[in-house]
Design a protein around this ligand. Structure first.
Ligand code: PMP
Length: 298
């Protein structure tokens, strides 16, 4: 710990590059993927930004903080429509795939539609949840110069506390991002996190089991919620997006909170809540509390 960490995370880059079939210098690491997003808004949004109206809330916060002019594009039936992503005039496009908080994913062909329709834009595909469903666009970085894929160790690898995110892009874009990183936070990934992440990459079997368990729990919870009168979107992530036919989203959120169970409520979508999948024990407690609440209202 008396030495500074490797600013390029070379061991990690080498290992990940082999796993992904890319070159190590096409990968850049961040203190969580939030830091990568922040680097992008710092220096790669010169012609503005574009993202869906309902998506990861940090894009808007970063755009406003960095003074980046941005537009938002509507969803239809909670889905991103690639045909809306035209005439963006070089704006950097952010697409969370699968999207949050809806849990819905676009296919590769739809993403390619957005990429080819906007050759002057950098297309940032935020794959925070990709291991739970959907198809990764990592392979597209060698086909298109204007694509960057952002990933995290926080979700499928259950390492949110370690703060490690990474992105992969063609050599030119990766070099520009590295220039920003080296100016803003050269030692952004500490040595303990680099070591933990290397260990995590050595146990792919554990990660696969972890993902399988989360997806099984998710599907079980989805079924039970539907039986209780919830509309639940089909999720490709580690959370569910749901609303009840007669109890308001705000009420469900408040009542659960008073019992020490935290789900996400969005004032912009007041009927709905986002429920992160925890352990089977946590989800049983959640389902018990929701059942009581719904029965009390009936
Ligand atoms: N992207 C999306 C879509 C997310 O939901 C999150 C988690 N809040 C992040 C990025 C950031 O994750 P982290 O900084 O933990 O890598």
């Amino acid at each position: 710990m008396n030495y500074y960490p490797d600013p390029d995370c070379s061991d990690l880059a080498g290992k990940l590059a082999t796993l992904l079939n890319v070159r190590p210098n096409e990968i850049v690491f961040g203190n969580g993927s939030d830091e990568i997003l922040s680097f992008i808004f710092t220096g790669l949004c010169g012609r503005g930004a574009a993202f869906p109206k309902v998506t990861y809330s940090f894009y808007k916060i970063l755009a406003e903080f960095h003074g980046v002019n941005y537009i938002t594009l509507p969803l239809r039936d909670f889905r991103i429509r690639p045909e809306d992503y035209v005439n963006l005039r070089g704006r950097t496009v952010f697409i969370a795939n699968p999207n949050a908080p809806t849990g819905l994913a676009l296919g590769l062909a739809e993403l390619e539609g957005v990429i080819t329709a906007n050759p002057e834009s950098l297309i940032v595909i935020d794959e925070a949840y990709i291991d739970f469903g959907g198809v990764s666009a990592v392979g597209l970085v060698h086909e298109y110069e204007n694509v960057m894929v952002v990933r995290t160790f926080s979700k499928s690898r259950s390492l949110a506390g370690a703060r490690l995110g990474w992105c992969v892009a063609g050599e030119m874009v990766a070099r520009d991002l590295r220039t920003i990183k080296n100016a803003v936070a050269p030692y952004n990934v500490n040595a303990m996190t680099q070591g933990a992440a290397l260990g995590a990459l050595e146990d792919e079997e554990y990660t696969r089991r972890n993902i399988g368990e989360i997806c099984r729990t998710r599907e079980g919870v989805k079924g039970e919620l539907r039986e209780m009168g919830f509309e639940v979107l089909d999720s490709e992530t580690n959370f569910l997006f749901a609303r009840h036919e007669s109890v308001s989203g705000g009420k469900i959120h408040e009542e659960l909170k008073s019992e020490g169970i935290i789900i996400r409520h969005f004032s912009s979508l007041p009927e709905w809540n986002r429920i992160t999948i925890g352990t089977p024990e946590q989800m049983n407690r959640f389902l018990g509390a929701v059942k009581n609440l719904v029965n009390r209202q009936a």
